[in-house]
Design a binder for this molecule. Structure first.
Ligand code: ZN
Length: 187
């Protein structure tokens, strides 16, 4: 059975058994929180459990590395929408130890891209159009530095209003233990 068929079969039973009922909530985050975290598979259930987040508590944004790469990219847009449209007033950047984006070997990644059939020509065309692929694909060298950097980008964003607090924490993908990297309440 294909993955999609498996999902559809499961979904049919999920709906029939009304298993969704215990998840019904509102789209405004009850805890007025925005979480930016990594797509790491170990965090899917662990992160909300370790932070006591239930359905409806927070807007959770995910990408590779929990990084805000540019002030006018999709992550910043999501945070701004969460603040203005869904009334969030605190943002927590949640990086994690052992992140796949830490010390990512971008040359190796570009080799993999070529080995999967993307031609050198395509890569050169992208590079010649002013996009530094190594820089774009590169994650970070230190999770703490990356968290601090993302917190700064959010805090200093020209569209983030006064009074929004931005924290940065690092979580263990094994135990869920949290270390505070930036306490947004401290001036
Ligand atoms: Zn990660």
């Amino acid at each position: 059975m294909s993955k999609l068929d498996e999902i559809l079969e499961y979904n049919k039973a999920f709906i029939e058994n009304r298993e969704y009922e215990k998840y019904i909530t509102s789209k405004n985050p009850k805890k007025k929180l925005v979480i930016l975290s990594c797509m790491d598979t170990r965090l899917t259930e662990l992160l909300p459990k370790a932070m006591n987040l239930k359905n409806g508590d927070a807007k959770i944004i995910k990408n590779a590395g929990a990084t805000v790469m540019q002030p006018f990219g999709s992550i910043s847009r999501s945070i701004i929408v969460a603040i203005y449209e869904f009334l969030a007033d605190e943002v927590i950047v949640v990086g994690h130890y052992g992140c796949g984006m830490c010390n990512l070997d971008t040359d190796n990644l570009l080799n993999k891209i070529e080995n999967r059939g993307i031609s050198k020509e395509v890569i050169n065309t992208i590079s010649n159009s002013g996009i530094n692929l190594n820089k774009w694909l590169h994650g970070f060298d230190s999770v703490e530095e990356s968290i601090k950097n993302s917190v700064e980008v959010i805090k200093n964003h020209p569209l983030i209003p006064e009074g929004v607090v931005v924290h940065g924490i690092a979580i263990s993908p094994e135990t869920g233990k949290i270390d505070v990297i930036v306490n947004g309440y401290e001036k």
